[in-house]
Write a protein that binds this ligand. Structure first.
Ligand code: ADP
Length: 364
């Protein structure tokens, strides 16, 4: 069993920088958890403390049933993949893969078996005699993954491993990592600033900001039920639209409104929003939940098109309503739209999100 548990984990750099704040997190055996958040939120520091590359200031880290707080990295049975691959440039791919095992005095015949298996999983067979400089970025990253697989560790740790690759290769490597998970199920922690990587790779996604966990849940939970405005804005692209609205009661309904927008509150939100009658709240609307020109009962606003982004598979619009803007995604790419045109936007009430304007916590 290789469960990882972090209890009240803290990291101070010097006296001033409190980089990781009271992190509590349990990662189940063979679970793949992604730490995601903007630059500087403390995700790499958390990963490096699990690896043993960074001392912890307070708290406890367990891997399996051992407290590893004071163990050296080499004694924690973890393998780490870095952004810069960290390959030995003067060694062949085969020798890079063999290096860690030779250090452990494993027999050459057994090393070859482990390398053949990793090469088969990652499709490295043809590349064994090449040096890292003779490989593409994607191939180098596969060798770095192979070096982890041959060690057969309890835990894989990934520190932004795909950041140096171009967009197309990143997408390919994401799929390779998903395939790898099926072939070599291993407890994994993956750090990224890219919410698409987090959503597509994680069994669970841990969203961090300013050293603290904001929310931990399945991809669908963090997308569908964001705990606060930060998570709502960070997960999903294009980002959620936010408006300061007032809640009014009208004929048995609750209405969220601004001078330019008016939306009915769904049954599921009514109980929580009843306490906000005649007060300001933050309304969140995902661009992909808006539809165009459904004038009438469901329309929440009229907006003027300012920018049209034609992507072939869809159109993304920037629109203006009064003093705010609204991004609209997944618009039919065949629609003949023009800048300056006024469109009516609608959204199912169930898809609206509400946040406390002061604490930014979701109102549920
Ligand atoms: P992330 O991986 O989310 O980008 P990090 O964990 O690398 O963030 O950093 C968290 C915070 O700690 C940042 O404010 C960063 O500047 C600070 N930090 C990271 N490493 C050090 C260090 N060695 N000394 C001082 N501050 C550091």
């Amino acid at each position: 069993m290789s469960q990882i548990s972090l209890s009240r984990l803290n990291k101070h750099y010097g006296g001033m920088q409190h980089a990781v704040k009271d992190v509590d997190l349990t990662i189940a055996d063979k679970e793949f958890v992604v730490l995601v958040g903007p630059s500087g939120c403390g995700k790499s520091t958390t990963l490096r403390m699990i690896a043993g590359l960074e001392a912890i200031s307070s708290g406890e880290i367990r891997i399996g049933d051992r407290v590893v707080n004071d163990l050296l990295p080499k004694d924690r049975d973890v393998a780490m993949v870095f952004q810069n691959y960290a390959l030995y440039l003067h060694m062949s791919v085969y020798d890079n893969l063999a290096f860690g095992l030779r250090n452990k005095k494993i027999r050459e015949a057994d090393i070859k078996i482990a390398i053949d298996r990793a090469a088969d999983i990652l499709g490295l067979g043809e590349l064994m005699q090449r040096k890292p400089r003779q490989l593409s970025g994607g191939q180098q990253q596969r060798v770095a993954l192979g070096r982890c697989i041959v060690r057969n560790p309890k835990v894989f740790l990934f520190d932004e491993p795909l950041s140096n690759l171009d967009a197309k290769l990143r997408a390919q490597m994401r799929i390779e990592i998903k395939r790898l998970r099926v072939r070599v199920p291993t407890t994994s922690v993956f750090v990224t600033h890219d919410q698409v990587e987090a959503m597509t790779l994680g069994d669970r996604v841990v969203v961090m900001k300013d050293g603290r966990i904001q929310q931990c849940g399945t991809p669908l939970q963090v997308y569908g039920e964001p705990a606060n405005k930060f998570v709502a804005g960070f997960i999903g692209a294009p980002s959620m639209n936010f408006f300061e609205v007032r809640i009014r009661a009208q004929e048995g309904e609750l209405i969220a409104e601004t001078p330019y927008l008016r939306a009915r509150v769904a049954e599921r939100h009514k109980a929580a929003l009843a306490a906000w009658k005649d007060r300001a709240v933050t309304l969140g609307v995902r661009p992909e939940h808006l539809s165009l020109n459904a004038a009438g009962k469901n329309s929440i606003c009229a907006a003027e098109i300012e920018v049209i982004e034609q992507l072939g598979s869809e159109i993304v619009l920037e629109t203006r309503l009064g003093d705010s803007t609204m991004t609209v995604a997944r618009v039919d790419p065949q629609l003949p739209l023009a800048v300056g045109e006024t469109v009516h936007l609608s959204v199912p009430s169930e898809q609206l999100h509400f946040f406390d304007p002061d604490t930014e916590q979701a109102i549920r």
